[in-house]
Design a protein around this ligand. Structure first.
Ligand SMILES: *Cc1c(COP(=O)(O)O)cnc(C)c1O
Length: 344
């Protein structure tokens, strides 16, 4: 078999959710948008439900429909995009809870689905989704009369604990919601780390559940092992790969392995990235191709069947650092070609 093995540890996912749950005194939800951050909503959602998660979040209604099939009736499925044109049938039939983002969405929702549950998303300063303070002030009493299930907002800088934006958004959120008798949610993974003031009634962790920063104590969830197809000795002065981008400074053993940018290992990984074998770091040489990567394995006495990119020796965030990106992007980019193995 030549496809790389992507192993996803469902026990680590369960443990991470429990650890995040223990960090607060409130309810803990789970964000499983983008196919559970690329890890497979069919396998991840039931594990979180079994741990006790009862409030799930997705980006769009279509994801909510797929998730309802996995979870069955019962758990709340909240949709960040709110109620968009064409969504009414999906929201009704899958019993989704749109997070209403504007007066227009509120009108569309009550006209299409009178009495159907909804939540409210407020803009406390990120300026991405949600109602602005003035818009909320105008709509608030009408919305509250319809019994929203949740009022939420999102933090722009929660992964930087000392950023003044955190306190500013907290203050704005409180001004917009204090005294209303509706459950509130402000914190994603980063907000949980900021402490009790940010927790309110419900948290919405995503990346921390999947083993990524800013949950520094997360258990690793993903392991990626890539088969070695061929090994050759490259003489001093010879080049490797497209564009002759790397020249051997000395005789070098180069392993060609079976994954590339079509598998989500983006070309930006090329410079300074390493694979590992039993903890020993092995530099990538030359450019990442669509299906292949070349690795300097001179330091190994025997070349193994697989080299590892993500696992106990290199976290998702370490690999993200190689490419100048974040763990979220590495996870959600992981391709469809892997042999996915779920550890349970
Ligand atoms: C993605 C997202 C989350 C989860 O964020 P993490 O940083 O992955 O924990 C929570 N709330 C909203 C609105 C989001 O878009």
């Amino acid at each position: 078999m030549t496809t790389a093995t992507l192993s996803i540890d469902l026990n680590a996912i369960a443990a991470n959710w429990q650890a995040l749950n223990k960090m607060t005194g409130c309810d803990t939800g789970a964000v499983i948008k983008a196919n559970a951050y690329g890890l497979g909503v069919d396998r991840v959602a039931p594990v979180l439900a079994a741990q006790g998660a009862r409030k799930f979040f997705v980006a769009v209604a279509e994801e909510g429909v797929a998730l309802r099939r996995v979870l069955g009736p019962g758990p709340a499925i909240n949709v960040f995009a709110g109620h968009m044109p064409g969504d009414a049938d999906m929201i009704r039939s899958a019993a989704l809870t749109p997070m209403i983002n504007s007066v227009d969405q509120m009108i569309a929702h009550v006209e299409a689905l009178p009495g159907h549950r909804f939540g409210v998303q407020l803009n406390s300063g990120m300026n991405r989704l949600g109602m602005d303070p003035a818009e909320w002030a105008a709509l608030r009493d009408i919305a509250l009369a319809q019994n929203p299930t949740l009022i939420m907002s999102h933090l722009a800088c929660a992964d930087e604990p000392n950023h003044p934006m955190n306190a500013r958004q907290l203050k704005t959120f409180r001004e917009m919601t204090d005294g209303l008798n509706v459950p509130r949610s402000l914190a994603a993974t980063g907000g949980i780390m900021l402490g009790r003031d940010y927790h309110f009634d419900l948290t919405r962790p995503g990346i921390g559940v999947y083993g990524g920063l800013p949950f520094a104590d997360a258990m690793p969830v993903v392991t990626l092992d890539v088969p070695v197809i061929q090994v050759r000795e490259v003489a001093t002065g010879q080049t490797v790969g497209y564009g002759c981008a790397w020249t051997a400074p000395r005789p070098t053993m180069v392993a060609t392995i079976a994954a590339g940018y079509a598998d989500g290992l983006i070309r930006a990984l090329g410079n300074g990235a390493t694979f590992t074998h039993e903890g020993r770091k092995l530099p990538v040489v030359g450019r990442v191709s669509m299906d292949l990567i070349t690795v300097d394995v001179t330091s190994l006495t025997e070349v193994p069947e697989h080299l590892q990119l993500i696992g106990n020796y290199q976290s998702v965030d370490t690999v993200a650092g190689f490419a100048g990106t974040i763990g979220y992007e590495v996870l959600t980019a992981l391709g469809a070609r892997y042999d996915r193995v779920y550890v349970e």
